[in-house]
Design a protein around this ligand. Structure first.
Ligand code: FES
Length: 106
């Protein structure tokens, strides 16, 4: 079963069993994970689902589309090299992904 590990700005981590095909954002929202607001519900128009992916795992994810790249310039906390929008990351069968949520999304 896929697992997503969400670490908040204070360093607290929750490990969530995810469903293949859901997004990393949906998995967080359904399980009450703090730190992901997801105002637009995943339609790529809010950038409040910003996460930092563990650097060594970036290559395991599909490349981001141009629209996600543009939206990442509108995040509350500045984007980093490892920034992604969690609504654009689909959970895959054997995923074991570590993400950190920013201090704020708004
Ligand atoms: S939930 Fe709005 S851009 Fe990801």
């Amino acid at each position: 079963m896929p697992v997503i590990h969400y670490t908040d700005h204070d360093g607290k981590t929750v490990d969530i069993n995810a469903k293949t095909g859901d997004s990393v954002m949906e998995t967080a929202v359904r399980n009450g994970v703090d730190g992901i607001v997801a105002e637009c519900g995943g339609s790529l128009s809010c950038a409040t689902c910003h996460v930092f992916v563990r650097e060594d795992q970036l290559g395991e994810l599909p490349e981001m589309e141009e629209m996600e790249d543009e939206m990442l310039y509108g995040t509350s906390v500045d984007r980093e090299e490892n920034s992604r929008l969690s609504c654009q990351i689909k959970v895959t069968e054997d995923m074991d992904l570590y993400v950190t949520t920013p201090e704020t999304q708004t």
